[in-house]
Write a protein that binds this ligand. Sequence first.
Ligand code: HEM
Ligand SMILES: Cc1cc2nc3c(=O)[nH]c(=O)nc-3n(C[C@H](O)[C@H](O)[C@H](O)COP(=O)(O)O)c2cc1C
Length: 586
Amino acid sequence: MFLQRNNKHLAAFGRSLLKNKNRQLANKLVLSKRTLLTSTKKQQQQKNNFKFKTASITTSIAALLVLTSYYNSSNITNEPSKKGLRTISLDEFKKHSSPDDCWVIINGIIYDLTNFIAKHPGGPDIIKANSGKDVSALFNPIHASDLIDKYIMKKDIKGIIDPNCDFPKELITKALSPGETPESMAFKEKLRQNLPSIDELKTIFDFEYICSKILPKNAWYYYSSGSEDEFSLRENHNAYHRVQFRPRVLVNVKDVDTSCTILGEKHEVPFYVSATALAALGYEGGEVSIAEGCAQGSFKIPQMISTLSSKTLAEISEAKDKFGGQDQWFQLYVNTDRSKALDLIKEAEAKKCKAIFITVDAPSLGRREKDVKLKAKPSRENGISKGLSSFIDPSLDWEDVKYLKKQTSLPVFLKGIQRKEDALTAVENGFNIVISNHGGRQLDHTVSPLETLTEVVPLLKEKGYKPGENVEVFIDGGVRRGTDILKAIALGATGVGLGRPILYSNSAYGAKGVEKCKDMLREEIAMNMRLLGVNKLSELNESFVDTQGLKYRSVRLSNDFLNEEVYEPRNIIEWDMALEAGDDDS
Ligand code: HEM
Ligand SMILES: Cc1cc2nc3c(=O)[nH]c(=O)nc-3n(C[C@H](O)[C@H](O)[C@H](O)COP(=O)(O)O)c2cc1C
């Protein structure tokens, strides 16, 4: 209780500093918090244990979280300039605080979002609930700084809020995730500052476990959830367990070579980073630190950049250049407004992306129920799918993708192929393909990508195509082990993507985590190549795997504890929140 009160006083002190525009002092406090935490981290890592520092650190963290969000918000780039904008009084701003007439403040600038609410890719509810508020703390960590420029019309930039007004604190939205309290966040922050040394991590599942403990609920649920019953989420990985190896013996495997050729160029390993939206939800460096992790270390891996990244393409591309560059590819969600899709392709070309991946499995957002329940309030309509489908065109068809392909000289992939018939049509029309079900986040109960691969490759070969020579056949979904990658390669995949493992390693340890993740996978690949009796990946073929069990999906049903895995009644979440929140934080 004492700590809680103390937090409140510090938080109030922080807010009053800001109100008095004494930002320098506020920023110093943030920096001293960082120094304090960095030294704490070092000491703890030296000791190599999980003991926590004294409670006073918790106090500082909780109170200063408020300040940090302001500190971050003052470093934003690519936003509309404040120059020439008229100053708007608090009284005038307050008149536009309903969903029908919705003004918000982001980093001091007032926007009229009334017409944008229904189109918001993150769903209309979140903006409706924050009409008439300063949403900077909520907006900044998860939106790329050029999004406003791209999607908000000039006429909807109304002006700047009067800097001399006494802005009411109840109109400032907190960055707090639903389901979290300042105390629960302070504890997670404490865990984050006392992570196990990265050398203690032995498999990439370790990153996932750590993230389940340190990520705010909104990030953890957004990343970890699959759609509906999460059958596909589990099946994606389980399918790999139903394929067994048939190793060769008495082969000299002193030197094994994990390299391969992708899109005509040599790569040290056959895996890459799949596009994932909102990487900054889990780690402030977001896609920029993923880019650094891909580029750093003894070898590089390609990074596919999502249309919905939380950093700008310019920032992500610049991060890659800092370390001598790895391949970057651009994932495209085709906007209802086609000119936006064309602009994105041109931007990707200008930033030297080497391929375009058009996502074709998301005409509507899959219903990820854990995520939906966390955010939804009983009285509000859940409009996330509606919001996203106005951003991603649900009418996209074969003619559209053929048209888009003609607009670029880059290789174009269709990402999200889930049946052999579509694979053949795609390849016949000059596309490369990614066999994927979006990591089990779209249609639930789809056949696993690995199983689809075993149907696609023989059909393509029968029609005279040669994966790796005249077409690329990538796969993603459920890949967690070097052996998973080897199985996919043996079955004809020419590149293997990882989504969540990269998000988790980045969220826990930033670029170093991504680097560690790729090292672990390469080591597993090399070790298992020796055990398989192959020196080069090109030696792998179907004879090295037994896929007889792959089709027998039903045998797993008895082990499927569906309710325990997926079901979270909403009222329990709210009960939990109320208990954790304790008394009023005002
Ligand atoms: C100013 C114009 C805005 C633009 C262009 C914009 C754009 C976007 C985009 C592209 C996403 C990613 C969607 C996804 O991957 O699922 C997103 C998500 C999100 N946005 Fe915005 N947004 C805007 C304003 C706002 C405002 C004012 C708020 C808060 C009041 C907000 C809160 C959110 C949240 C919480 C998410 C995450 C949704 C989720 O996790 O499912 N946005 N937004
Ligand atoms: C949190 C999250 C966000 C994602 N965002 C995108 C996206 O913006 N565009 C896209 O094409 N795929 C997206 N995907 C799908 C991934 O590209 C990939 O297909 C999937 O993560 C592979 O499964 P895995 O996570 O089991 O490795 C996302 C996946 C996750 C988990």
